[in-house]
Design a protein around this ligand. Structure first.
Ligand code: FMN
Length: 190
């Protein structure tokens, strides 16, 4: 038997997520945007990302038919921007202060990062569509990113050395251990 929706959403509320605003422009010149936490990296070669958009969203047709779109990764001070783009309004982009950025698409100049994509594919995912983007260009700033966890906006705080505990060589079998990295640095400095 499938899990109840409340148990599912309760569990997912414990998963910290990024907060982004995806934008696109349709051939009639209309700009679209929505707040999306379902943004993540998908593939390195080729560089792919994905985000999920509810089929019932007003912007669903615009994004699933779009040739390109721009992901704006919001910074810690951008909770009002996230709320603005989580509303239903035809004038969201026009009233947002976003300006033409990568590919001429509406972007937030003070974003933590921007990821400009051409649409790679659109895959069905229950009541959402999974939009896969081929990353064409990126912009990165040093602004602290906004995150969403426990149904609230949050600011990630790096752990201090005491919180993280001593790093063990076998923590991550895919990464080079600190001893390996130190050895590499010694070899390079010779
Ligand atoms: C923090 C946050 C994250 C959200 N993430 C998503 C998401 O990943 N996918 C989605 O379809 N809606 C998401 N939403 C809801 C949409 O932003 C909202 O339904 C919006 O009205 C859709 O815009 P539209 O109906 O104008 O297209 C999120 C809302 C918030 C506040």
């Amino acid at each position: 038997m499938a899990v109840s929706i409340s148990s599912f959403t309760e569990a997912m509320s414990r998963v910290p997520a990024p907060v982004t605003v995806a934008t696109t422009v349709t051939p009639d010149g209309r700009a679209w945007g929505f707040t999306a936490s379902s943004f993540c990296s998908l593939s390195l070669r080729p560089p792919l990302i994905l985000l999920c958009l509810a089929k019932e969203a007003e912007s669903h047709l615009a994004f699933t038919r779009a040739g390109s779109f721009l992901i704006n990764v919001l910074a810690a001070e951008h909770a009002p921007v996230a709320l603005h783009f989580a509303r239903r309004s035809h004038r969201k982009v026009a009233t947002s202060g976003f300006v033409p950025c990568e590919k001429g698409l509406p972007g937030l100049p003070e974003a933590t990062a921007r990821v400009a994509c051409s649409t790679h594919s659109v895959v069905a995912g229950g009541d959402h569509s999974i939009i896969v983007g081929l990353v064409e260009s990126t912009y990165v700033s040093d602004r602290i990113p906004l995150s969403y966890c426990d149904r609230a906006f949050a600011r990630p705080t790096p752990l201090g050395p005491d919180d993280a505990g001593p790093r063990k060589e076998h923590d991550d079998p895919h990464s080079q251990g600190t001893a390996d990295l130190a050895r590499r640095d010694r070899l390079r400095s010779r």
